[in-house]
Design a protein around this ligand. Structure first.
Ligand code: MSP
Length: 510
């Protein structure tokens, strides 16, 4: 990534139900990347928001007994609240019921029509309201009770017959395959790229892009009996936020997006339909679509029937914000599925955070407070062990940078923890508490090396644990400049250090 602009998006979340762990996961991962790129000195635009139209949302509003707009206002506010609680640093929050979005969606429709990619016909086929998706018959199966479901998601499908506008998706099969081939990073991880490639190879049918059997949507320009298919409406949000149809404004420079982060169940919409719409409109394509896995909870799929949706907000209350953020990105290799359990969360907090990083920071900083004048200690001549630890620290940035560019968050964290363990070994071996009585110059050098190592760790971990790493960097006496570039300047000897407090309390299991 050499581009100075970095535009990253989360999917916009359906407002048919309350926010849960799955939504918090995508948002937190996107947030870590947004923060990382800001540290890199990039001009970042980070977008999230809510997807508020369609049959599913309309049905949820009806069930709640309130008008859809009032209902979506309420649920969208709840998603905003979740973003606030998770400390998501989005620059904008888009709602598809906003006038700016309606204008953008109508504009793109007209563009596609003008370019000859939209025609009127009639749809007859299967539709799953829960997925807001059309399925071919062979993508569905009949259950023993006679009802039919989509194989991929298990959502009930219904037979729909209605007049509909179509988008000429079939015209894009070759261009999409060329895109995947020539731009091998467009879909990640690799397994998803293969899956999407074979889906497209198997043949694309034109896509129904309007509905007439309900009205909660953006009216089709010029034929208001139809509302736009909710996915066509929703995908355009990424352009709306850049000012589309006018991309000459201040946000216009962010298009095309650097990265759309999505869950695995919606990769098809982002890696097939979306680039086809953009090609049809003559717009540049996003650089990458990355699909991550799904969380189960204590071994079970989160579902309405089990009532086991996890709201992250009480978890943050109980275990701490940065602790929960850390867990989400450390526990599961990004791209894979994973299981959430209280036991695993507590295990990570206690072993990696309280006993690992927290203990290292506290041992070093409180020792300096008590025995080394509460200031960054002077550095004397370096010994072999110092060079080894400092070199590990110096190599870390490139390793973490590499992992972050592959969205391998767990690897980035693993590399950082390698340094934490090395620093732990170093402190035990150098034993500054003994040097205090025999050689204070050497003690100061050891403490200096530890402070420098902690600074590397603290700076690199900021995107993951912004609040607590800010504290750690305060304890290390850093000024306002905390970007990656700071790692190239030596620590300022003599900087007074505040009294540190423990960063990560141990969780006692009850
Ligand atoms: N509204 C569409 C997206 C439109 S984007 C133009 C949608 N919304 S959603 O509310 O269903 O949320 C989708 C996102 O939530 C998924 O991409 C996925 O990231 C996340 N998750 C929902 N449940 C999840 C898990 N159980 N585990 C991990 N993430 C999952 O689809």
């Amino acid at each position: 990534m050499t581009n100075k602009n970095f535009y990253i998006t989360t999917p916009i979340y359906y407002v048919n139900g309350a926010p849960h762990l799955g939504h918090a996961y995508t948002s937190t991962a996107a947030d870590v990347l947004a923060r990382w790129n800001r540290l890199e000195g990039k001009d970042v635009f980070f977008l999230t928001g809510t997807d508020e139209h369609g049959q599913k949302v309309e049905a949820a509003a009806r069930l709640a007994g309130i008008p859809p707009q009032e209902f979506t206002d309420r649920v969208s506010a709840d998603f905003k609240d979740m973003a606030r609680v998770m400390n998501i640093s989005n620059d904008d929050f888009i709602r598809t019921t906003e006038p700016r979005h309606r204008a953008a969606a109508s504009a793109i429709w007209l563009k596609l029509q003008e370019n000859g990619f939209i025609y009127l016909g009639a749809y007859e086929g299967w539709y799953a309201v829960r997925d807001e998706a059309f399925y071919d018959e062979d993508e569905t199966e009949k259950k023993p009770d006679g009802t039919r479901i989509a194989k991929s998601s298990g959502a009930a499908v219904e037979w729909v017959v209605e007049p509909s506008y179509f988008f000429k998706l079939s015209a894009f099969q070759d261009r999409l395959l060329t895109l995947y081939e020539e731009h091998s990073g467009f879909i990640a991880p690799q397994a998803k790229r293969n899956e999407i490639t074979s889906f497209v190879k198997s043949g694309l049918r034109d896509l129904s892009v309007s509905r007439t059997s309900f009205s909660w949507g953006i009216p089709v320009p010029g034929d208001e009996k139809h509302v736009m298919y909710v996915w066509m409406d929703a995908l355009v949000n990424y352009l709306t936020a850049c000012g589309y149809p006018d991309l000459t404004g201040p946000r216009g420079k962010f298009w095309p997006a650097s990265l759309h982060l999505v869950g695995k169940e919606i990769i098809r919409f982002h890696a097939v339909y979306w680039p086809a719409f953009l090609m049809a409109a003559g717009l540049p394509l996003p650089e990458r679509v990355f699909s991550h896995g799904w969380w189960t909870v204590e071994g079970e799929k989160m579902s309405k029937s089990l009532g086991n949706f996890i709201d992250v907000r009480p978890l943050v209350e109980e275990f701490g914000l940065d602790q929960v953020r850390y867990f989400l990105l450390r526990e599961v290799p990004f791209g894979n599925d994973g299981d959430f359990s209280r036991k695993a969360l507590i295990g990570r907090i206690n072993s990696d955070l309280a006993n690992g990083l927290g203990n290292l920071a506290q041992r070093t900083l409180s020792f300096i407070g008590k025995n080394a004048g509460a200031a960054v200690p002077p550095k004397g001549e370096l010994h072999e062990a110092d060079h080894v630890l400092l070199a590990l620290g110096a190599e870390l940035l490139e390793k973490v940078r590499g992992a972050m560019s592959r969205l391998a968050f767990h690897e980035a964290l693993d590399e950082i923890w390698r340094l934490i363990r090395a620093a732990d070994g170093y402190i035990d071996q150098q034993a500054p508490w003994s040097l205090r009585k025999t050689d204070t110059d050497r003690m100061n050098t050891v403490l200096y090396v530890l402070c420098s190592t902690l600074r590397t760790i603290g700076v690199l971990l900021q995107p993951f644990m912004p609040v607590l790493m800010d504290k750690l960097l305060d304890y290390l006496g850093l000024g306002a400049e905390r970007g990656l570039a700071i790692l190239e300047t030596p620590l300022a000897v003599g900087t007074p250090l505040p009294t540190p407090a423990g960063l990560f309390p141990r969780i006692v299991e009850t």
